[in-house]
Every structure is written in C-alpha cells, then in structure tokens.
Design a protein around this ligand. Structure first.
Ligand code: SF4
Length: 722
C-alpha cells in the first residue's frame, strides 16, 4: 500500500485529532512515533475488523521493530473512511492485553476451577486426537464429536476453510448456526427472493429513512455517514424501537411498540395504506403476487386493534403509514434484534412487504436493507470435502444437547465462540459443561468462562497476526486482512491448529497443507461476475474494494424481476405455506408476552431486552480493564413507572428472575424504556457479573418460527429490590 497517501488522506479526514463523535465513530491521533524511524522504519499493513459487525471496518496497522505501535481506521476504505468504533480503536490494547493466553494448557483442577498446567503443542494435539480416535472407535463414527463455533472472528480462512475441511473429513456432528439473523434472511427470501437488500450507500438518495429495530450507534455506526447526507437534503427519519435509542432521540418520529408486536404494526400500516388508496397500484399489479389475499388479511388489523396490541397510539400509526406511503423514495433498515423472537421470521416478512406495496423497489433511495450476503466465494475450494451426512445440532440448544443422554456429545471442540456467555439459557449450558465425561477443548485469545470448563486450552492468534479475507454483510466491499506481525508466544491461528489435528488423525490429503494466501486466492476464484477482477494481488495493493455493480451506489431490482418462484414480490408465498405457516403475513403474539401467555405475564410482567452496546460485541471486550473502569456496574434499565411500583431507585441492587434463572443487576431508572419493558446489556462475561451470572442465564433457548433462530428477546422477567 502507499502509506504516504493513506496517511495524508487520513489526516484530511480526521483533522488529526482524537475524537469520539455522536454517531459512535472514533478517529484517533496519529502523531509520529517517538522512536528512531530511520533505524526502526514503520511499516503499514491493511487489516480488517473481523468481528460480527455490519461495518467490517478497514484499518491500518503500523509496525515498528516487529511490534504494533498504532492502529487506526483506513482512510481509503470506501465506506468506513478512516473511522472505527470505540472497540476498533482499542485493538492494540487487545493485542497486547496482559490477559491474553499464550501457551497450550491442560486442566489440573476441577472443571471451572481455573487450575492449569502448561503443556507443549505436541502434547495438546496428541491428547485431542487420541480422544477423537477413542470416541470414533467406541461409536463407529465421529458424531459424538461436536465442532462448536460461531463468529468471534469472521473471515474466509478462519471460518470457512481448514476448520470445515477437518471437521467434514472427520464426520463430526455439524452445527446449525442460527443465532444471529437466519429467521430474517429466510423471511426476506420468501418476500423478495434474496438475502440482498439495498446498497447502504444508496441511503443518501432516500427521502425517508425508517430505522426499524436497529440501534445504529451501537451496531452499525457508519450508517450515519449515509443517513446524514440524506438528512442534509431534507430526508425524514423514523425510528421504530421499544427503547429511546440515540437515533430515536433525534428522529422526526419515534414509535415505541410493545416488543415483539412489530408485525401487527406493519399490518396496521398496510391497512391504512390500502384503505386510503395510498399504495402503488401499477407496481402492485405488475410486480407482486397475492395482493388480494393481503388486502383481506389487513382488514383483520384495524388501527384501533393494532394500537391495543402494540400500545402505539392510533394517530401515530396512521401518521407513520401515510408518511411512508407518500414519501418517494423511502428506505427501511431492519435490524437483527426484532427477529430474535418466537414470531421473528414473520415479523421481518411482514415489514418486508411494505416496499412492495408502495412501489419502493428498483429506484435510487428505495427499498429495504436487512443484510447483504448474496455474493459467492468459491466454497467448493474452501471446504474441499462435501458436507458430511452427520447429524446437525442447533447452536442455540447447546445446553439441551450437552444434557442429552441418547447419543451424547462426548467431545466438544470450541473456537471463535464463547458459549458460556452468549448462548441462551446458560444454567443448562453450565450444567452440560460440568459433565465429568465430557472432553472439552477451547481455542481462544482469553480465558473465558467457557475456557474455564475446558480440558485442553489452546492459545489463539489475533487477527492482526494472521491472513484472512473478508466480505462485509452490509456494505458491498471485499478486503484482505494482512498478517502484520508474528503471533505472540505460542499462539496459533485456526488453520494451523486444524492442520495439526488433521496430521494427528493421520490424514494425508494435500488440502490440509494449503497456506492461507492460497486459501484466499482459491476463495476469490469464483464465477460470480460481481467478484470478477477482484484478485488477491489487487486487494492487497488497493485495499478495500467495492464489488462490481452496474451503478454506484447500486440499485437492485431495476428490472422489477425478483428471484422468488413467481419472479414477483410475494405477499402470498407457497414456500411459507410449505414451511407450515400462513402464506400471507399475520401477527402471532410472542410465546412469552402479555397476549401470548397471560398467566406467565402475570408472574413475570416485564419484557427483558438484551441489546448490543457500544463497548461490547457479544461478550468480546468484556475483560478489557478500561471497559471495567468505564462500566463497572451491570445495569438494568427500568421505567420510572415500573420502578415506582416496586419501590426501586437508581443504584438499587435488584433481583431479576424468571423460571430459567435469577440474577442480580443494578437498577437504572430511566424513561428510555417504556413501561412493561426493561433493558440490560448483552452480554458481559458471567464471571465479571454478580453471582457469576450474566443476562443469558435468563434468556430462552426456544427456537423462532423460521430457520430455528434464537429468541433472546422473547423473555419475560420480574424485577424486585434485593
Ligand atoms: S466492531 Fe464494527 S464498527 Fe467497530 S471497528 Fe469493528 S467493524 Fe468497525
């Protein structure tokens, strides 16, 4: 890379000052290093924040004498443009954290006790492969071995290559990774045929931006790069969120529905839009299927009834419906949180019908963005082996799976994940991990709660210490993550560990010898025209690059051809019917809710939302000392009305409970949450919380209506003063 140009652009963009902007974006000072730069020249590398975050920031890592001296946002990145969030700018602390584990270890105390003995990599690999061989010999297959991983570090190399090659060859139980966004993805496919939404850069052309169930300041900070340009041109901004987020505080309209009732709200809006003839008749006639059925269905949702379900005033529902229908073009940004409900799939499906009804597709500034994950890498090259026919176990059901006596999991190999922090219903998970007959391996940077229960701990390298390749799932950008420094201590990247495990199992397939750069080149060798010309060499030279699209910003569905079975937007979907649900959008109350389970609601009358925060990403960054200092207290936000009814004041220690568990938090009485709703951070390491329990000791492991997704937000609780 041309470090001088990058540096100049950065200074221009960041004005050379340290700043944390209101949107949550951070620029940092890059004043020159103090050391002798002639004797110790500074080399710059392009890295990519690999966390499970929409933005996938580009960053520059400066290395001097083999040590990272500074990291900052890549000013040449087409979307993130030199800024990262508060987490990203702290990467140097994470890389050199005194908490980082740098050597393989075996457990010498009881599970969870934290007593370890350092061992060699050879001993670690032999212990693991001996256990795997023993398990296979006992059962005749490898299904009692479960490779458990999610998205701690994303990337083609880390998440989609050697790990899968090894686990597929082994024939271990597969993992259904339906934690995050799967119900919503399925819903979008049912309605408009794809997991591809609007180009986020196209939001600059919108005259109305609806942020539906998103807290951009915590989860998608760069969205405001584009929203702000639209606002400068007069665009209106509507936020639909049960919490008054920072975005909601500056919105033209904030709609605060009862959690889990958003499908009813969308049906009520469609009732108004159709009754008042505000829909786009020409578009509907030519490009949609099932308008007649939808028209009948929305008659069941008059605004008065919808107001009762959602607690949103009738006047506001009508105003919102009219504003959406009359503003051309209008864009809807849908968050992942709302579909983490038992009715979450249908919720996203219902909202995703709105653009079709109002002709908001195929033109600049119009449409809906849930996710952008539709481009193809060469997965055949990455995986090498066919997906095995072994059983698939659901990631959200970890506790149940580990406690299952029939065909039990005997060996659990955990990487890129901290399940005893992030999985729902943690009392079950903890009990499962305590099983004396369960052999557990954890490969991680830090000694997480999950690692405390491991038999073998393996030290992981940091992403700055390894090669990888990334595509964002929000912006239309791909980028290579360069290895900037050697791993500290004896830390190793996934691909090296899985290669060693393959050798230990006696596998001689050449695919296990492939180095990470060749893995990336193989991934990029795809026939997807959007990836044409995006070679490894080009991406290293030019950094983050947009995929090929006819326009920039891209406008999808200009020809009004949608990749559904009918080629149209499907208000009526046979595919949904085959899934066992009503083919036309409808509202069903969440299983745990005032209307879905009145008896349970009487006992546990508050909905607990456990949303993302600025300083954590799932459980990542929990252990950082600066985070502990900034945020030493584990809080629960509760409305003044609910607090008063319970005699609770800000700062009181409260017990938060339901039938799954009971934890302690500190009350923050605040009107950012509406009555009937409480909110707490997702999710600190349990061992950094009172009683060693975080909010996921309360969340349910019930699965959603689509894709067996998680349902963290269908969660009734009671709060009482301790
Ligand atoms: S967590 Fe998200 S916003 Fe923060 S640095 Fe990483 S990609 Fe960027």
């Amino acid at each position: 890379m041309d470090s001088e140009i990058s540096r100049r652009n950065f200074l221009k963009g960041a004005a050379g000052v340290s700043a944390l902007t209101l949107s949550g974006l951070c620029f940092i000072d890059i004043s020159p290093a103090k050391a002798d730069t002639v004797k110790y020249p500074i080399t710059r590398f392009r890295n990519v924040c690999p966390r499970n975050c929409h933005d996938t920031c580009g960053m520059i890592t400066e290395v001097q004498d083999g040590k990272v001296i500074r990291v900052y946002g890549d000013p040449d990145h087409p979307i993130t443009k030199g800024a990262m969030c508060v987490k990203g700018v702290s990467y140097i602390k994470q890389l050199y954290s005194p908490e980082r584990q740098l050597h393989p270890m075996k457990r010498v105390g009881k599970k969870g006790e934290g007593k370890w003995q350092r061992i060699s990599w050879d001993e670690a690999i032999t212990t693991i492969t001996d256990k795997f061989k023993e398990t296979i010999a006992e059962d005749g297959n490898a299904e009692a071995i479960w490779g458990y991983w999610y998205s701690g570090t994303l990337g083609a190399v880390t998440n989609y290559s050697m790990n899968r090659r090894f686990l597929y060859k082994l024939g271990a139980s597969r993992i259904a990774q339906t934690v995050c966004s799967e119900a919503g993805k399925e819903a979008c496919k049912y309605t408009f045929g794809t997991q591809e939404g609007m180009d986020p850069e196209d939001f600059v052309n919108s005259k109305l931006i609806v942020s539906w169930g998103v807290n951009e300041q915590a989860t998608n900070v760069h969205a405001f790069n584009f929203y702000n340009k639209a606002f400068e041109k007069g665009a209106k901004y509507v936020v639909v969120n049960p919490r008054r987020t920072e975005g909601a505080a500056m919105a033209d309209m904030h709609i605060q529905p009862r959690p889990g009732t958003d499908a009813a709200l969308a049906l009520g809006m469609m009732n108004v839009i159709i009754a008042e003839n505000l829909y786009d008749k020409d578009f509907v006639e030519k490009n949609t299927l099932g308008f007649k059925e939808l028209k009948e269905r929305v008659k069941e949702y008059p605004v008065e009834k919808v107001s009762q379900i959602t607690d949103v005033p009738v006047k506001q529902i009508v105003e919102f419906a009219r504003l959406y229908a009359k503003t051309d073009p209008a864009a809807i940004r849908v968050g992942f949180g709302i579909q983490r409900n038992t009715n979450g799939g249908m919720m996203v499906r219902t909202i995703s019908c709105l653009p079709g009804l109002c002709g908001n597709w195929g033109k600049p500034g119009a449409g809906l963005l849930y996710i952008n994950t539709n481009w193809k890498w060469n997965f055949k090259h990455l995986y090498h082996f066919d997906t095995p026919k072994s059983r698939s176990l659901n990631i959200n059901k970890l506790g149940e799976v580990l406690l299952e006596k029939k065909d039990p999991v005997k060996a659990l190999y955990v990487y890129n994940s901290n399940p005893l922090g992030m999985t729902a219903n943690l009392n079950k998970v903890k009990k499962g991990l305590e099983r004396e007959d369960l052999f557990t391996v954890v490969h991680d940077l830090f000694m997480t709660d999950t690692a405390d229960y491991a038999d073998i701990f393996l030290p992981a390298s940091h992403f700055i210490e390894q090669w990888d390749f990334h595509q964002a799932y929000w912006g239309l950008v791909v980028q290579v993550n360069e290895k900037a420094v050697e791993p500290l201590g004896e830390a190793r990247p996934n691909y090296e560990v899985f290669r060693a495990l393959a050798k230990g199992m006696g596998y001689t397939d050449k695919t296990f010898d492939e180095d990470p750069v060749d893995i990336i080149k193989g991934a990029l060798n795809t026939d997807d025209p959007r990836m044409k010309g995006l070679t490894f060499e080009r991406l290293v030279k030019e950094g983050a690059t947009r995929i090929n699209t006819p326009d920039s910003p891209a406008v999808f569905f200009k020809d009004h051809k949608f990749p559904t079975p009918s080629g149209k937007i499907e208000f009526y979907s046979e595919q949904v019917a085959k899934h066992g649900l009503d083919p036309v959008p409808f509202y069903a109350a969440p299983l745990e809710s005032r209307d879905g389970s009145p008896k349970l609601h009487k006992k546990y009358p508050l909905v607990l939302l456990t949303g993302a925060t600025k300083n954590l990403l799932s459980t990542q960054w929990s252990q950082e000392a600066y985070n502990q200092e900034i945020d030493p207290v584990r809080r629960i936000e509760i409305s003044p009305e609910d607090a008063k009814a319970r005699g609770i004041k800000t700062g009181d220690l409260v017990r938060v409970k339901n039938d799954r568990g009971s934890i302690q938090l500190t009350a923050l009485v605040i009107d950012t949450v509406r009555p009937g709703v409480a909110s707490a951070d997702k999710a600190w390491w349990p061992k950094l919380c009172p009683d060693n329990q975080n909010v996921n000791f309360l969340t349910p492991d019930t699965l959603a209506d689509m894709a067996d997704n998680s349902t963290y937000h269908t969660n009734l609780i009671q709060v009482e003063k301790v």
